[in-house]
Design a binder for this molecule. Structure first.
Ligand code: MG
Length: 383
């Protein structure tokens, strides 16, 4: 079997990304890049990708641009067309090495991530096994889900939103950024409202976001102000590259500190563990380097006694991929479940993932175990 084509399809939702003003849901992504890897065996692999899709499209589809023997500026597809898709680790490094001058992080690693996921999808379909089994372990059939949504602007809207997730059966809820950080007093009232509504038995997760750029001392104050409401974790209170700030914060507070959705490669996550000393890593499969990197992150995290709770906010494709990563790790805690109802979140696959009794089932069909809906792709495709 050989890879015959690697494409990036650019999708656009008719709804615009919003920050909810009341208790309504966010609409989810406006734009999405979808990687499609084709083979001469008729097996096709897919992954979405949370990045600038037009830039990723250029990086993937650019021509070969180096002297032979000195591959540093290559279009990613040119590096792997003709190769065996059953060797994702070798192809990962070939893409990383072959784009090294313009790549390493950012859009190049995000495109490599999506291609890598698509290769694992192909591998699963070829061997007739779900990705988690190919990774080496299916420790569980289902993973506890947390509802992942944005902060609402008033305590009443927070309570209404929290109530709705409880009614849907969630046993854990994360509220993220949005209005958080604009007013420290209101921030506390919003979190207090959520905790009051959900009671003691439900986990409450807080993503403060880092767009409000804090010093480590300010972040310590934010975390301490929320500790009375017993957050399961507090996510990204600092700039993603403030490794030393994270260490000061993590050492100063009891609450587990989570970060890593912006991080990439095994080297980056090694720094989060050893230098930033955070409690929870949140690799996003479509940004960290795909399964090939994420399985290494799981291994180094297990040894370091750090939890891995994958970041996963775009579509059912990514949620399915993240379920496989969770099935593979011994200490899985949560699957992040994006509650937005936008079409790119909810319509991309034929059999949308459903939360039941607070859990999502790990897909059992070969590969990622979800089937991309071709009509939906054509409906929203703009490039
Ligand atoms: Mg986040």
């Amino acid at each position: 079997m050989k890879i015959t084509n690697v494409e990036v399809l650019v999708l656009k939702s008719p709804g615009l990304y919003n920050r909810p003003a009341g208790s309504e849901e966010p609409l989810g992504p406006t734009y999405m890049g979808l990687v499609r890897v084709s083979t001469d065996a008729g097996i096709t692999g897919y992954s979405d990708m949370e990045t600038s899709a037009p830039v990723a499209k250029a990086a993937v589809e650019a021509p070969s641009w180096s002297e032979p023997g000195n591959e540093c500026f290559e279009g990613l597809a040119s590096l792997i067309v003709g190769e065996n898709p059953l060797e994702p680790e070798r192809l990962w490094y070939k893409m990383y090495r072959g784009s090294i001058y313009y790549g390493r992080r950012g859009v190049a690693i995000q495109a490599i991530s999506a291609i890598d996921i698509a290769l694992w999808d192909i591998m699963g379909k070829f061997y007739g096994q779900p990705v988690c089994v190919l990774l080496g372990a299916k420790w569980r059939d289902r993973v506890r889900a947390y509802a992942s949504t944005l902060f609402r602007a008033t305590p009443e809207a927070m309570r209404e939103a929290a109530r709705r997730y409880l009614d849907q059966g969630f046993t854990a809820i994360k509220f993220g950024w949005g209005v958080f950080g604009e007013d420290a007093g209101r921030d506390v009232r919003l979190v207090e409202a959520a905790r009051t509504e959900i009671g003691d038995g439900i986990d409450l997760l807080i993503d403060t976001g880092w767009f409000v750029e804090r010093t480590p001392k300010q972040a310590i104050q934010v975390v301490r102000s929320l500790e009375p409401y017993r957050p399961f974790f507090i996510e990204e209170p600092l700039h993603p590259e403030d490794y030393d700030g994270y260490r000061r914060l993590a050492e100063a507070v009891e609450t587990p500190i989570a970060c890593g959705e912006q991080e990439a490669t095994e080297w980056g996550f090694h720094d989060l563990i050893t230098r930033a000393k955070v409690d929870i890593l949140q690799p996003d499969l479509t940004r960290c380097g795909g399964f090939t990197v994420a399985r290494k992150i799981v291994h180094i995290a297990e040894r370091a006694n750090v939890l891995v709770i994958p970041h996963s906010w775009s579509s059912d494709l990514l949620t399915a991929a993240s379920l496989h990563l969770n099935a593979f790790q011994r200490r899985a805690v949560f699957i992040e479940f994006n509650t937005s109802q936008g079409p790119l979140s909810r319509e991309l696959v034929n059999n949308p993932l459903r939360m039941q009794d607070g859990y999502l089932e790990v897909p059992t069909a070969p590969g990622l175990g979800v089937e991309v809906n071709q009509e939906v792709i054509e409906k929203y495709r703009i490039a």
